[in-house]
Design a binder for this molecule. Sequence first.
Ligand SMILES: Nc1nc2c(ncn2[C@@H]2O[C@H](COP(=O)(O)OP(=O)(O)OP(=O)(O)O)[C@@H](O)[C@H]2O)c(=O)[nH]1
Length: 399
Amino acid sequence: MHLFVLLPLLLILLLQWQFAPLASAISAQFPHIVAAMILLTATLASLMRQWHWLYSLSLLGSHYYVVQQALQRPLTDPATAALSFTLPLLFTVLMLLLQLQQKPQLLTPRGVLLLLLMLLVPPLLLLLPLADWLALLPLPAAFFQPVSAQFLLSWGQLWWVAVIAACWLGLLNFYAANSQRWGQFAAWLAVMLFYLLIQQPQMSGWMTLAASLSLLLSLASQMLQLAYIDELTQLPQRRALLNHLSRLGRRSAVTMLDVDHFKKFNDTYGHDVGDQVLKLLGSLLGSERGLSAYRYGGEEFTLVFRHNNKDTLAEKLEQVRAKVAEYPLVIRQQTRPQDSKQGKQQRGNTPGSKTVHVTISLGCAIRNPGETTEQLLKRADEALYSAKKAGRNRVAFAR
Ligand SMILES: Nc1nc2c(ncn2[C@@H]2O[C@H](COP(=O)(O)OP(=O)(O)OP(=O)(O)O)[C@@H](O)[C@H]2O)c(=O)[nH]1
């Protein structure tokens, strides 16, 4: 869950209700502050070569521009009312498009097209006779009724916003979405909240500010993820391990573990299948309780324990070793037929998959008084070496 991306929204609402003088001092600088925040986030994203963030930031910017240009009039004006009905719908469609599709590289024809779409489509609405078109729609009058005198969002809008928010949240959770997707959801929610609170002064500025801050937070979280999390195994990597080791307590232990005969495994089944093994190992180790697992590099992993009880350690490590050794790895047939006709003929005739097992060796070192983490890691590595020498698929403790 990346619900922290909603923090700017909550803080801004709190600021408005509890610290009104500060809020009005900030809002006096709108729209400059809002534009600066969008530009700052876009600059950071570009510096980090995360170009695909520019799509949602452009959409946010162009939406804000249209709101500034055409939604500052009373909603009793039919053209303004029609725009306030259509613009959130268009914003939602474009945000969902960004959310659902694989984002292309920016400097490709598809990338440039997508960027132009995000920048130009919202302002295009200003040129269309929206009020005339809406009058032709066979929708019941209740659909356009405002929810209340305070909340001018119509019942129809409230319905679709609620349904989309619920489905979107469900999908984000179901697919364990990354922080960028959560950031886009938070940005969308902030913009929708603007339409709900459209009567309040400066709401478009506040909510666009909240949306861009959510995108900034999710960008920062993605960068941290890239710096600390290994993409293949989804375990924290060596940099995170060194960080952990730098604040390791006196009562602690470190285990180095390594897949046995992994070179041979790669040679036999291919590097891709080898990657699948590391991925699986990552998820097995990551779900173990009472330890912190890291990918040290290659096919080596490190487990850090916050205690130095040798019996408990031996029991736990033996459990891990056995779990990996007993886990059945299903390897799918690698050589696919070139054409589909041949494939149809082959289907069912060839053995489609095969089950294999891998084993790991583990070397554990319990921290000695006054020992540095480098010495501790070195002893764990030596213990691993002795486990390998003693025949592999076993746990060895350092002396
Ligand atoms: N598939 C895959 N293989 C990797 C990765 N990182 C390292 N390897 C392979 O891991 C193998 C490590 O081989 P060795 O260090 O010789 O060790 P081993 O074959 O496991 O033998 P022992 O450790 O002595 O049991 C090499 O073939 C590397 O190419 C990776 O990310 N993916």
